[in-house]
Design a protein around this ligand. Sequence first.
Ligand SMILES: *[C@@H]1O[C@H](CO)[C@@H](O)[C@H](O)[C@H]1NC(C)=O
Ligand SMILES: *[C@@H]1O[C@H](CO)[C@@H](O)[C@H](O)[C@H]1NC(C)=O
Length: 265
Amino acid sequence: MGSLLDWLIHFPPLLWGLEQVEEVAIRALKHGKIPQHVAFVMDGNRRWAREHRVETIEGHSLGFETLKNLLRVCLKMGVKEVSTFAFSIENFKRSKHEVDALMDIAKNSLNQITAHGDMVDQYGIRIRIVGDLALLKPDVYETVVNVVESTKNNTRATLNVCFPYTSRHEISNSVQSIVHLAEDGKLVPEDIDESLFEKHLLLNDSHPLDWLIRTSGVERLSDFLLWQVHEDSQISFIDSYWPDFSIWRFFPMLIRYQLQSQQGE
Ligand SMILES: *[C@@H]1O[C@H](CO)[C@@H](O)[C@H](O)[C@H]1NC(C)=O
Ligand SMILES: *[C@@H]1O[C@H](CO)[C@@H](O)[C@H](O)[C@H]1NC(C)=O
């Protein structure tokens, strides 16, 4: 016999509608510690598609639904910031066909997520696109600028879409801007400390990263948020492919996160 919450999670449709179960679960979980900043490495779309013998693009669009659902429950619970690894600079090494398809998906997803009356307005989300924007094609770049511009006044939560991103690029970029300031005589080497360095990261002005989750059984960070992972960040690797990662798998993980944070205190 599991706990009531276990039962709710495994047989949700038997009881009420899924939405009501979600509300109840969220209300229960809010009694525990809620991470302020959660990061997702959305891994496994391609393998999911291969296993289900469908086009890769279907895996990616299902993956987008996963992200929207997780984002919704995170924001309802009071998570302040969500970061997602959408596209690594390394991905440019893939075939042109796939890179183009991924760019299109990113563009459409961004448009969809900011479509009027959708989540962005409902939850007051500011969207930041974090990465080397110079690598984007003009049409994708234009979408990015629009999305960032149209959400910049939102203050309740932040969604960081890391795209095209690697930590090493982010870190070297920060070094570059600091050196420029030094050259211009605006600072001396003694001014450089962790907080100055952080101010010049692409992910500046962020909440400390409490929890990083990577799906699909791969236990690597893959050049993601290397600076941001700190001594108290929890890291979870789970076996589900990203499109299979539902909120019903996320809730039990959050319970474990809450127990582990208690033990750490
Ligand atoms: C954001 O706020 C500024 C200053 O109040 C305003 O000029 C601008 O139109 C706002 N932008 C959006 C997209 O609401
Ligand atoms: C802070 O981040 C934004 C967006 O990622 C970037 O445009 C800006 O240059 C950064 N600020 C500094 C001081 O580097």
